[in-house]
Design a protein around this ligand. Structure first.
Ligand code: C2E
Ligand code: MG
Ligand code: MG
Ligand code: MG
Length: 288
């Protein structure tokens, strides 16, 4: 007998289920209103060239600061927004705000590469191109400053359809990054069939370098494969000097992670970039 009976006759599990369901319903209702309640904001995390230490791209990370519940992580609210069917509206807002921010940096002379925006598989399969075009028009940002980050989950349904969609997007001069590489369905044929521009090695593989020989070998193999296919590579979750050194020594020179910079709002990032010649060179903060 695994069930424990509570005082009111409810089993422990029934009560727990009820509570979870209530919490979920509460969160769902709040998420439905989050856009109009202005509860979202954007965080930005630079991608750095490890040789020049300059910013070569910036990723947008969505934040939900719920009025009563506080900060809810994307790992919780993104899947929920997908379930609720509100992810497209939310990401249209993310796209537009990010493009406006990148345009502001452009206008003030900050050379920070492309703005990279995460896109849900649901949005990818639901008129993504029209969302992108609307954001570019509203912001007046040239398309060559935009990168779209997709995951392998975008492709599993229909690879031919995905290929067509990516080609249409790329025809505008927008680049495509494959996020969280190695954690998903990882059919290597995606890389060549879909003409991916950039591959982002998932943080979980970087984490145990350079200590763990097997992870080192795996990361080196991914880097070599990308190099031989002329695909750019970005290491995610670079947290310390040892990882930075390992990656640089193995021809991976674009790094994103806490070693260089934590995600921050535009104002605080902006305040650390001067519009002078060194504009996109950040002071490295060793916070780990
Ligand atoms: P991601 O796209 O792989 O983003 C990188 C995540 O790693 C971010 O987590 C970032 O804060 C975190 N990170 C960066 N550097 C380090 C590091 O050195 N160490 C560690 N441990 N973590 C690091 P975050 O902001 O919690 O976002 C989680 C995920 O949520 C993102 O993973 C992305 O998949 C998703 N996400 C965020 N914004 C959006 C969005 O607008 N749309 C969609 N569909 N997904 C989003
Ligand atoms: Mg990403
Ligand atoms: Mg990632
Ligand atoms: Mg991701």
């Amino acid at each position: 007998q695994t069930k424990q009976h509570g005082r009111n006759g409810y089993t422990f599990y029934q009560r727990q289920m009820h509570e979870n369901l209530n919490n979920k319903l509460t969160l769902q209702n709040k998420l439905r209103n989050a856009l109009k309640d202005n509860e979202f904001h954007l965080s930005y995390q630079p991608q750095i060239n490890s040789d020049s230490e300059k910013i070569v791209g910036i990723e947008t990370l969505l934040r939900w600061q719920q009025k009563e519940l506080g900060n809810i992580p994307p790992s919780v609210f993104i899947p929920l927004a997908e379930e609720l069917g509100v992810i497209v509206d939310i990401e249209r807002w993310v796209l537009t705000e990010s493009c406006k921010q990148r345009k502001a940096w452009l206008d003030s002379g900050h050379d920070v590469g492309r703005i990279a925006i995460n896109i849900s598989a649901i949005h990818f399969n639901n008129n993504l191109l029209s969302s992108i075009i609307a954001a570019l028009e509203a912001s007046e940002l040239p398309a060559k400053y935009l990168e779209i980050e997709v995951t392998e989950s975008c492709f599993i349904e229909n690879i031919e359809e995905a290929k067509k969609k990516l080609q249409e997007i790329k025809a505008h001069g927008i680049t495509i990054a494959l996020d969280d590489f190695g954690t998903g369905y990882s059919s290597l044929s995606y890389l060549t069939k879909l003409s991916i521009d950039t591959l982002k090695i998932d943080a979980s593989f970087i984490q145990k370098t350079p200590e763990n020989p097997k992870d080192c070998q795996l990361v080196k193999t991914i880097i070599n494969m990308a190099e031989s296919l002329s695909i750019n590579i970005v290491a995610e979750g670079v947290e310390n000097k040892a990882q930075q050194g390992f990656l640089s020594n193995n021809h991976c020179n674009t790094h994103q992670g806490f070693y260089y910079y934590k995600p921050a709002d535009a104002e605080s990032l902006f305040s650390q970039m001067s519009p002078a010649s060194n504009s996109n060179k950040l002071k490295i903060v060793e916070n780990k």
